[in-house]
Design a protein around this ligand. Structure first.
Ligand code: GLA
Length: 635
């Protein structure tokens, strides 16, 4: 038997929320000491700590003394739990340990085990002073030596079937427009071309182009209009109900589209936006219901910039904002986007400067909104950025709401429907009041602020929406930020694949669909591989996202590493997501009909595969990949 010290291993793959693991000393670089007892060897770590070790059945046991380091100086704040998971089973969990507590002995059997995960949990009260020591920590080895492991990274398997050549109408089943404002809706339909489009009972004032499927015009009389859309090609004809609500509410299903930020950042140009519109059509995304082509930050003048393409006059004589040289003609650009049957989005900030330092709308709100309307934009992202400088240091709720109140007043008097996305990162519980002013509101910071942490953010910001479902309804959406798959920018100006594993990408799109969150892709739309496109264009998943009830899913069960989320759909069926929150181990998951309040036999369908699993009695069980998911529809 050989003793391999934990401190002799390469721990560069370990993750830890503060500092890096220290060999034979504490995180404060002092002699390891717990409860007054000093140790020569071991690893000084900090919560939240995680280290994956591949044992390959070569280790018999692991022994260690653990506890909070005596030099933490935590004033009672330090509190941690040490946890060991072997092949997916928790084999050790310590009680909550604090500074001064005597060291605790770990001695666990690892015979025949493949993988061990050592963690230090912050014990539920944050990571302050959580200096956690693994002292005299040894692997007792008889076979292969332990080596550092990594989270599981499976294959990119495409589950979405190719659309049939027969006509099929996809996307939104309901559409809202204000009286007398321009109407533009493109019938989203898959199937071989040429295809012809028809509609029955369209309200007066609307015309349909039978070749493109674009419906345009204006409706003067408010009301609910029940219509039918029809698509036909050489292989058949299909008809689907379509409801038009002419009134005060717009964006009656979550926005679907593309945004420039996470691939182009401050390099965005007119050509890039035109290419994106072209790609929305040529990739077929438009046939699945995607509509918006949204320019993010960096289209205005950048004060003080040394780049000539960003310099120039900030506003015209009437005080209206001007675009930089990379956008020579905004009206021509939105005309181009509209000619494709798509809609155009723009971005500004209520502050003097946007987040990337471009001209913002402070003091020119009405001027700018008028300009956006004249230019022909259909969507405005209003990003807080430098606005904090304009409010008192202890702002009231009214101070926080004021820029959104003001901009919505300006938007509502335009002769054009412009969707308002509040981007202020979830401050002052925006979900409780965002619907007073706009159609969607970001509920957290940037999902991709740190490229490496996108997965982490999906688990905090996306799954963190549990409990906020009551604020979410047609035309009012919690927005956990963009879909970050495919090719993205890594902030060093390099274009690289998403850091998400294939399973995490399934989880991302499944969760966003269940949440009825805006589905705005922000990777490179001109360079999508088949896997990326398959994730974005699964019509049964999109149907869950676009369901007219717009109910946000919530979590009905947390059991170990499995979470079950549920969303009720218009036809009375339920969409269910079963998620494995662990990124190392496969996990068994079970859903009992009693947990859904139903009994007996029910039709169960695999949403991603678009295949019935069968009539199942009482329950569904499955095994889920690390950080993966299974999405079901149950009637
Ligand atoms: C903020 C927003 C992002 C993006 C950038 C642009 O960080 O949250 O979505 O718009 O600004 O500068």
């Amino acid at each position: 038997m050989e003793l391999v010290p934990l401190s002799s291993m390469d721990t560069s793959s370990a993750s830890q929320e503060w500092g890096t693991p220290q060999v034979n000393r504490s995180i404060r670089e002092k002699k390891l000491s717990v409860g007054g007892q000093e140790f020569e060897g071991g690893l000084g770590t900090h919560a939240a700590f995680r280290y994956i070790v591949r044992l390959n059945k070569g280790t018999q046991k692991f022994t260690s003394w653990v506890g909070v380091d005596d030099s933490a100086d935590s004033d009672g704040k330090a509190s941690v739990q040490f946890r060991l998971v072997a092949d997916g089973e928790e084999i050790f969990i310590s009680p909550v340990m604090r500074e001064g507590d005597a060291p605790l002995k770990i001695d666990v059997d690892l015979t025949e085990k493949e993988v061990l995960v050592l963690s230090v949990l912050p014990a539920g009260d944050g990571i302050s002073f959580d200096h956690a020591n693994w002292c005299d920590a040894f692997f007792h080895v008889t076979g292969d030596k332990p080596i550092p492991g990594a989270p599981w990274r499976g294959e990119a398997t495409i589950l979405t079937p190719k659309p049939s050549a027969k006509p099929k109408i996809n996307g939104a089943k309901v559409f809202g427009v204000r009286p007398d404002n321009p109407f533009l809706f493109t019938i989203a339909a898959t199937g071989s071309r040429p295809m012809s489009f028809f509609a029955e009972q369209l309200p007066a004032g609307l015309q349909l182009d039978t070749l493109t499927g674009q419906i345009q015009g204006k409706i003067s009389t408010p009301g609910t209009y029940q219509c039918s859309l029809i698509a036909s090609n050489a292989l058949g004809v299909v008809k689907r109900p379509f409801r038009i609500e002419c009134g005060n509410q717009i964006a009656l299903t979550p926005h679907m589209g593309w945004n420039s930020w996470y691939i182009w950042e401050n390099n965005v140009t007119d050509k890039i936006i035109r290419d994106a519109a072209d790609a929305m059509v040529s990739s077929g995304m438009i046939q699945h219901g995607y509509q918006y082509i949204n320019i993010d930050d960096c289209w205005a003048i950048k004060p003080g910039s040394s780049d000539p393409t960003l310099q120039g006059t900030e506003r015209d004589e009437q005080g209206r904002i001007l675009s930089n040289n990379r956008f020579p003609d905004m009206k021509a650009l939105t005309d181009y986007i509209h000619s494709k049957g798509l809609k155009a989005g723009i971005y500004t900030s209520p502050g003097r400067l946007t987040c990337a330092g471009f001209v913002g709308s402070y003091g020119h709100e009405l001027d700018d909104v008028q300009r956006f309307a004249e230019w022909g934009f259909d969507f405005l992202k209003y990003d807080w950025c430098s606005y904090g400088k304009e409010i008192p240091s202890a702002p009231t709720l009214e101070d926080m709401q004021k820029p959104y109140w003001l901009i919505s007043k300006c938007l509502n008097i335009q002769p054009r429907d412009i969707v308002l996305n509040l981007c202020q990162y979830g401050m002052s519980n925006v979900w409780e009041w965002g619907g007073l002013f706009g159609q969607s509101w970001r509920t957290a910071g940037d999902l991709g602020l740190s490229f490496e942490k996108i997965a982490h953010q999906i688990y905090t910001d996306g799954f963190g929406l549990d409990g906020k479902q009551s604020y979410h309804k047609p035309g009012q959406y919690n927005d956990p930020d963009y879909i970050l798959i495919g090719v993205l920018s890594n902030w060093k100006g390099q274009r690289v694949p998403t850091p998400l594993t294939p399973d995490e990408q399934y989880t991302h799109v499944t969760l966003w669909s269940l949440l009825a969150a805006p589905l705005i892709f922000s990777g490179d739309i001109t360079q999508m591989d088949e896997f990326t496109l398959s994730l974005l264009t699964n019509d049964e998943m999109i149907e869950v996202n676009q369901d007219p009830l717009c109910i946000q899913a919530h979590c009905i069960k947390k059991e170990g590493d499995i979470q079950v989320w549920i969303k009720t759909l218009e036809d009375g069926s339920r969409a269910v997501g079963l998620f494995n929150m662990d990124d190392v181990f496969h996990k068994n998951a079970a859903l009992l009909w009693s947990e859904l309040g139903i009994e007996g036999e029910h039709r169960v369908r695999d949403i991603w595969r678009q295949e019935d699993i069968g009539m199942l009695k009482d329950s569904f069980t499955t095994k889920i990949n690390p950080h993966g998911c299974v999405a079901l529809r149950i009637w």
